[in-house]
Every structure is written in C-alpha cells, then in structure tokens.
Design a protein around this ligand. Structure first.
Ligand code: LMR
Ligand code: MN
Length: 653
C-alpha cells in the first residue's frame, strides 16, 4: 500500500534555513573527509604506541612489509572498494573496512615456544594479527576487479587449483612422512650434528646472556610468531632478505630468498618472501603471469607443513586478496576453507569465508558460516552485523534483522562500525515505521562521522568539502545554459522517451534496487558512470545528441542519465544515493496529477518542460497517487564545486 501521507524519517524543522543547513553539511563533509580519508590515514598510521611488546612491534613491521607490495594501489583502490561497498539499496556486499580499530595491543596473546600460538578462544592471536596487518585494507583494494572478473573463472581454473592444492598437500604428506622415517644413519648423523650445533649455540647464547642480562632469548625474537624452528636458524638471512624487500630492492631480495630456498626448499618465510617479491614484480610489470606465479607461491607457502599459524594468517590475507584481484573468488573461498580445515576453532577464518561468499553474492553459504560462528559465540559482533545485513537486504526480513544488526553494531567489535550496517539498520527501522529509531541510528552514524549528516547519508563522498543542500536552483548549479538547452527541447526528448514505452520495442527495465514498497517503476538508461550506452542511444538519437553537448553530465562518472517512468501506485522508500559528488536534475516530460517527491523536508512535484534539481545524497522519497504514468529525464551533473582532479580520478559509481 502506498503511504497516504509523506513521511519523513528525518524531519527538518519547518522553515529551516537552507543556508544554515548548507553550512552544516559543508562542515560535516570536511570533518569526515568521508570515510575514505579515514581509511587511508588509518592505513598509513605507522607508529604504534611506544610501550608495545616487542612481538607486537615486529609483527607490525612484518605486516608493513606485506603491505608494501600493494601500497601503490592504495588510494585509488580504496576508493574503488568504497564505491563497491555501498551502492545503497543494492546488495553488492563488499568486505568491511574496520573503521574503529579499538583493540589495544596490551591483550596480545603470548606465543608458545616453537611454532604455534596459544589460543585464547575469545580474542585469539589472529584477531590481533588481523588488526596489526594493515594489509587488511589492501585486502579490500581490488574488489572492483573481483566483481568484474568473477565470472571469468573457468572450471578448468578451479580444477587446476584443486589439483595443484592436492599436489601440494601430497607434498606436505611426503615431507612429514620422511620426517617420521628418519632411521637411516646419514639422517641421524646430520641430525646429531645439528643438535650439537644447536647446543653449542645455546651455550653461547646463555653465556652472552649471563654477561648481558638484556640479551633477547629465542622467544624474544621479534618475528618469532611467524618463524618456524627451521627458519629460526636462518633468521639473519631471512631478516636481511625481508629488509631488502622492504626497501624496494626486489631483485636483490628475490636472489636472497632463492638462495635460502636452494638449501631449504621448505622454508616458510623464504617461500613467503619470494612470493611477495614476485607479487611486487607483477605489480611493477603489470603482469598477470607473474601475479599467478606469486599466487602459486603464496599458496605453497601457506600449505607448507611448518608454516606457523600466525604466518598462515598473514599469507592467507594476502593470498586471498590477490586471488580476488585476479578474479578468482572461488579460490579465495578455498583458501579460507583450507585454513578452517586446519584450524576449526579459529573464528577469524570463518569470518573471512563468510565475507568472501558475500562478495560473490553467495548469501546462503555466507549465512550458514555466520550462523555457525554465532553458535560458538553468540556475541560475535562481526557475524551479527553480517547476518543481519543478509536478512535485511536479501530476505527483506526487517523485524528479524533489526535486533541482530543492532546488537552487532552495539558490540563495537572490529568490522561492525561500518556505514552499511548503520544505513541498513536505520532503513529497516524506517520500513517498519519506527521513524524515531531510524532517526536515532542515522544521528548516531552522523555523530560517528560515518554519515555527512543524519539526512545526507551517502558513503562515497568527495575529498573536498562540498556544499550540501537538498534542493537546488538552476543558478546554484551553474549549469543554466545546459539546463536551458534541454528544457528548450523537452518535447523532442519526451517523444523519444514515450516511444520507448512501447512494451514490445522499448527497453525500459524495472528498478531492481529494492527501493520500492509498491508499484511499477522503470528506467531506460542512456549514460552510466560517464559512459554512453550506444545501443540505447540509437533508440533516442536526438536526446543523446543534445546530451553529448553537456560534458558535466555525460562525463559524470558518478551518475547516470536515464528516462524514468513511474506508474500510479508507486511508493519509493526513503533512501539516499551513494555519493555527494553529483546533483540530480529531473526534466518533467509527462506529468499528471498525483506524483510527488520529498527531498529533506520539502515535498515538490514536476512540471512538464521544467527541471527540478536536488541532491540525491539527501534522503528522498517518492509517491505516485495519480492515475496516469509520469515520465521524467533524470540527468546527473557533477557537483559544481567538485575540483577537476577529483572528477578525473574518482572511481565510477
Ligand atoms: C529517485 O531518484 O529516487 C527518484 O526520484 C527517481 C524518480 O524517478 O523519481
Ligand atoms: Mn533516488
């Protein structure tokens, strides 16, 4: 049922001064610098507090080594991720970036002697590593690529992968078998020699220890959690090679890792180092072949029998990221599954798998994974927000999604303080008519810097602070000549648009973003993400030749130009667009009595041959309570204050 009365979940005070509002939004925009800026800063935050435990510190350094290999991609790719990450109203789930990384280093779990980590069921070392590993941001970088390429993975790819995986597993088995069958005298002899050497070294170290009380012991070696016993003996060589890689001396680092691998072909850290160096080369040379080689090496390093669990996590993060980048999301899922098989109690791997499924639109297995996590830990905030997100966006089960999303957000656990969860929780409240709670959530999001304001909830915002106001005049847009050009030709545009409404020959498609409560609403798109739809434009050539004369509309990579037809009975839920970088203009083409649109707190309607202009990053809602169809041409323009360099570099939406 269409609502009888326009309802605002974010009521403005009547007569509220727009200028004031504009200023507020302007400031908000500046202070958040959008979530993107926050992430980038977070990523480059390289100085942990001074009192860190040594392990923590070195792990941090290690993680920075990991991050180096994709650092160059960062700023643009983080933008891409963020764009993918909220096509609001759609359901393209992308992995969460942790906005609030509020765990302290103090509760870092101490490692046990040797290769394994002592488990803390609640917050085990992996959680810590995940936060240490700033690569967690890079991990998200290439999701756009992922999305584009998801379909490309062929069956033979998956087969190859599983064949290779099983080959590697077999290898591992051989290795451990050979370890068990060490009954030949040569082996014994070598072993004896090694033990002898170890003892000597121990004695030496103890002596030094005696003289110098502070001399670090084995467990104080900073990289101990990622260092197997075998690698510990090679630590100096490994550290030197790591250092070269860190300094960007990729070829030299590669030589060193290769040299180590010639003697110790199963050195986890050398294999991992070589993989990173190869990945770096792949990036420098933009070579898919090298990337695939790097992936293969990472996979091998991950599956070596002696790879410590902490190193496994670091490798898996990177491997999963590269697999996703290559468009091999199914392999990414396999990576997590492998780790879950090895460490069934580690919830972090399960969280990763769940998110991986969501990224490729597999909501059902994702749901299962999150439910499983919750059966172990009912208070796992990460699982709660993700499960709630699926229930809200895929099942449209608002009443059940609400308490789950709410609890997840309230947990404040890593990964929960994310715009999408605030957005969809508020939206769920709004759709069950709990306007007060919706408002409260939006305000909370605004206070946390997630939204520009409670009314303006776009998540992919300009870096430059932009004036934000719900309704715009033609003068304010600075695009009057272009607007006039279209208004002057409105009948031509209308006739071409109406002709496309013919059900047999027309190309209008239903709105698919789940924005409607009721009714029939279709669109016919001419330009999208700054690209012309040639096929559609052939059907309305005069309209497109007019639009071709408007660079700030046809070239607006964060917008669209489309006909929009709305039939009587439509109610579009209150919603916001994904970005504040555009201004949306509607040219009335066929306007009966009945349809109306609220943006912010003002309700307006259309006039034939005239534009109405608004900023769709502000909450808006549409009703059609008339008896005839309404047709408009929607034209998105770049926000007039957006600097040229942002227009050029912003990732398309
Ligand atoms: C919207 O952008 O949500 C609506 O205004 C579209 C339309 O056709 O009115
Ligand atoms: Mn809209």
């Amino acid at each position: 049922m269409a609502k009888q009365k326009p309802k605002s979940s974010t009521p403005h005070k009547p007569g509220k001064d727009n200028t004031k509002n504009e200023k507020n939004n302007h400031n908000h925009s500046g202070s958040t610098g959008s979530t993107r800026k926050h992430h980038i800063d977070h990523k480059h935050e390289t100085k942990p507090e001074k009192k860190l435990q040594s392990n923590y510190l070195v792990l941090f350094v290690v993680s920075m080594v990991v991050a180096t290999s994709t650092a160059i991609l960062l700023s643009e790719d983080v933008q891409k991720v963020l764009i993918e990450f909220t096509q609001l109203g759609l359901n393209p789930f992308q992995e969460v970036l942790n906005l609030n990384d509020d765990t302290t280093p103090d509760d870092y779990v101490m490692h046990q002697e040797g290769d394994t980590l002592k488990k803390d069921p609640k917050q085990d070392a992996h959680d810590k590593l995940r936060e240490l590993d700033k690569n967690a941001i890079n991990r998200n970088n290439d999701l756009t690529q992922d999305k584009q390429d998801t379909g490309k993975e062929t069956e033979s790819d998956s087969n190859k992968n599983s064949n290779r995986a099983s080959a590697i597993n077999k290898d591992d088995m051989i290795e451990s078998e050979s370890e068990n069958i060490q009954d030949n005298s040569k082996v014994k002899e070598t072993k004896h020699q090694e033990e002898q050497q170890n003892k000597e070294q121990d004695v030496k170290e103890k002596k030094i220890e005696g003289s110098k009380k502070d001399k670090p012991r084995q467990e104080d070696y900073g990289k101990i959690v990622i260092t197997s016993k075998g690698d510990y003996k090679l630590r100096k060589k490994l550290d030197a090679a790591d250092k070269l890689l860190e300094k960007g001396e990729v070829a030299k680092a590669m030589e060193k890792f290769d040299a180590i691998l010639r003697n110790k072909s199963r050195s986890p850290r050398a294999m991992w180092g070589k993989a990173l160096a190869t990945d770096k080369l792949a990036e420098q040379q933009k070579s898919n072949k090298l990337l695939e080689e790097a992936i293969s090496l990472m996979d091998e390093a991950l599956r070596l029998s002696k790879t410590p669990e902490a190193l496994q996590l670091i490798i898996a993060e990177k491997l999963a990221d590269r697999q996703a980048f290559r468009g091999w999301s199914h392999k990414e899922a396999n990576t997590w599954k492998y780790l879950i098989g090895k460490h069934p109690d580690n919830l972090e791997f399960q969280r990763k798998l769940g998110v991986c499924y969501m990224k490729i639109g597999k909501n059902e297995p994702a749901r299962e994974v999150f439910r499983k996590i919750l059966s172990v830990d009912p208070d796992d905030g990460f699982a709660l927000v993700h499960l709630g997100f699926i229930m809200k966006t895929a099942d449209l089960n608002y009443t059940e999604a609400i308490p789950i999303l709410q609890r997840g957000i309230e947990s404040k656990q890593p990964g929960t303080q994310d715009g999408r969860f605030f957005y969809h929780l508020g939206d769920a409240y709004s759709r069950v008519d709990n306007v007060e709670m919706a408002r409260k959530i939006y305000q909370q999001g605004a206070d946390a810097g997630i939204f520009l304001s409670a009314d303006q909830r776009s998540l992919y915002n300009a870096q430059t602070p932009l004036t934000g106001r719900p309704w715009w005049t033609q003068e304010q847009t600075t695009y009057q000549p272009h607007l006039k050009l279209l208004e002057d030709n409105w009948q031509t545009i209308r006739d071409e648009g109406l002709a496309q409404l013919d059900l047999k020959t027309g190309a209008f498609v239903p709105e698919e973003e789940n924005l409607r409560e009721t009714g029939d609403w279709k669109q016919f798109t001419l330009y999208q993400r700054g690209r012309k739809n040639e096929e559609n434009c052939k059907k309305v050539p005069k309209t497109c030749s007019l639009l071709d004369r408007i660079p700030d509309a046809k070239g607006c990579t964060r917008g669209q130009i489309k006909f929009s037809v709305m039939h009587p009975g439509v109610h579009v839920w209150p919603h916001t667009g994904p970005t504040n970088c555009r201004i949306r203009a509607h040219l009335g083409l066929k306007v009966p009595e009945g349809p109306k649109i609220r943006v912010g707190n003002d309700i307006r309607t259309w006039k034939e041959g005239k534009f109405i202009i608004f900023d769709d990053s502000f909450e808006h809602e549409v009703w059609h309570e008339g008896t005839e169809l309404r047709l408009v041409l929607i034209v998105d323009f770049w926000h007039p204050e957006l600097p040229a360099h942002e227009k050029r570099t912003l990732s398309p939406i």
